[in-house]
Design a protein around this ligand. Structure first.
Ligand code: HEM
Length: 478
């Protein structure tokens, strides 16, 4: 029998469910796009679902995004929603274990460290890692799992750029094990129950200590050797960071921030690279367009891709943007409501203790915002940019070529908005674009058996299920 949860008269409408406690968790885990679209049709932009015993007010459309991302600190808290999951993984004294004002300072440190100069230095490093990694696809033709490949590659590229060559050169199989145990802490169950005594959580805690100690020992070596020749974020955090009250960032805080960056950037960037290549394998003419674009900008496919030349490749940029529109790796962004919270323009009041979530994935697939919204079409962004420029609103030029909307009112928010907005976007774009630009020179791709992969929505980061691709090495084709 369908269950109708109790509801105060002014709460957003409740979506009924079949299974007590779990509520709508199974629909959300298997078919969230249709589920949220159906709810939106029935109840409007704001409605309450039950998710494993929690009241989750779902806020859709540009107005829902704006409501969640611009909520006041005193009204809604990301820390309260995320700390149980993240503090054991990242460690204490950083991100969601500190007051929001401290997080803002820590984010500013990292943002400053991801300077144009440093990003410029990362491009050749990412090219080198990509070329070396794909030496293993050395047959003229083959079939492989593109998500697995991207996950393995991105941990190498991200570590080299963010942590440095000394860390990268010491990354062996034991590092991979520690990394994977730490990453195991990001299980959805830890979102819901704090610190269960599970074997995986014990491994997570041991892995945290090992990773931190590894980073601390590298920092000490660097202090002794007085290294100044690196562009990585570890060095930036060691040299440059002082809070407004005059206190220097401690080594332990720096190590914890680095763990947070590595994990925040890993699955988001590797799934986006994988999905981009899956869409390209489905649309081989865009593969060709990307190669033609490189020839137009660089003269030939033998000339080196650089940070500055990437800025002149709008098709490449739009491939990433379009991939993030259809397959944003972070499906929902959540806050806990700290006091009864009215939704402007409605009669609704959200009770204290409930959660609110923005789901930009739904507005990003809404025909009202994007024509033929379900179709992968990177070229749509050319018109979109032109119109945005003409209207001159919500336009941010980050200086690396692309123009992205960042207002909380935008329907397109794969990086969130407001005070918790991603600070890794510039790095993610440089990393993903460099990998794709290098990849299209080496390989042609088709979907194996023409099968577009299923999507796993039960992981915290939305992933493709075993996406097999058939590759042909271009250099061995002739
Ligand atoms: C925050 C997405 C890559 C570091 C966020 C948020 C989103 C997001 C949606 C907002 C979360 C919320 O409001 O609840 C992405 C995507 C990425 C990506 C789609 C790649 C395609 C990265 C990278 C880094 C990073 C590479 C680090 C170098 C962070 C940090 C925050 C954040 C530190 C701030 C958290 C906060 O203030 O609460 N990201 N991210 N991200 N991201 Fe990313």
């Amino acid at each position: 029998n369908l269950m109708y949860p109790k509801q105060e008269s002014n709460e957003p409408p409740m979506v009924p469910y079949w299974i007590p406690f779990l509520g709508s968790a199974i629909r959300v885990g298997t078919d969230p796009i249709r589920f949220y679209q159906e709810c939106q049709e029935k109840y409007g932009k704001f409605f309450t679902i039950t998710l494993v015993g929690r009241k989750m007010v779902t806020c859709l459309g540009a107005e829902g995004n704006n409501f969640v991302f611009n909520a006041r600190l005193a009204d809604a808290s990301a820390e309260e929603a995320y700390k149980g999951l993240t503090v054991p993984v990242f460690g204490t004294g950083v991100v969601y274990d500190v007051q929001n004002s401290v997080l803002m300072e820590q984010k500013r440190f990292v943002k400053a460290g991801l300077s144009q100069e440093n990003l410029r230095a990362y491009v050749p490093m990412i090219i080198k890692e990509t070329l070396e990694y794909f030496e293993r696809w050395n047959e003229p033709k083959g079939t492989d799992d593109i998500h697995e490949a991207m996950a393995e590659l991105v941990i190498l590229t991200a570590s080299r750029c963010l942590l440095g060559d000394d860390v990268r050169s010491q990354m062996d199989e034991s590092f991979a094990k520690v990394y994977s145990d730490l990453d195991g802490g990001f299980a959805p169950i830890n979102f819901i129950f704090e610190d269960l005594p599970l074997p995986a959580n014990r491994r997570r805690d041991q892995a945290h200590v090992k990773m931190r100690n590894f980073f601390l020992s590298i920092m000490q070596q660097r202090r002794k050797n007085k290294r100044t020749d690196t562009h990585d974020i570890m060095q930036y955090l060691l040299d440059n960071c002082e809070y407004k009250n005059g206190r220097r960032l401690s080594d332990q805080e720096a190590a914890h921030i680095l763990i947070a960056l590595l994990l925040a950037g890993q699955h988001t960037s590797s799934t986006t690279s994988a999905w981009a290549l899956i869409y390209l394998a489905q649309n081989p003419e865009i593969f060709d367009a990307l190669r033609e674009e490189q020839i137009r900008v660089l003269g030939s496919l033998d000339a080196e891709v650089t940070f500055d030349s990437l800025k002149q490749m709008p098709i490449l940029d739009n491939v990433v943007r379009e991939t993030l529109r259809l397959r944003p790796p972070i499906m929902t962004m959540i806050r806990k409501v700290l006091r009864d919270l009215p939704i402007p323009g409605t009669e609704y009041v959200i009770p204290q203790g409930a959660y609110i979530q923005a789901v930009p994935m739904i507005s990003q697939r809404d025909d009202g915002y994007f024509k033929n919204a379900d179709k992968f079409s990177p070229f749509r962004w050319e018109d979109y940019d032109k119109q945005q420029k003409e209207r001159d609103d919500d336009v941010v030029d980050y200086g690396w070529g692309a123009i992205h909307t960042s207002s909380a009112k935008s329907p397109y928010l794969p990086f969130g908005a407001g005070r918790h907005r991603c600070i890794g976007e510039s790095f993610a774009y440089v990393q993903i674009k460099t990998i794709l630009a290098t990849f299209v020179r080496m390989f042609d791709l088709r979907l194996h058996n023409n099968k577009f992969p299923e999507v796993d929505f039960t992981t915290l980061i939305v992933t493709p299920v075993k996406p097999l691709v058939d590759y042909t090495r271009r250099d061995q084709k002739k």
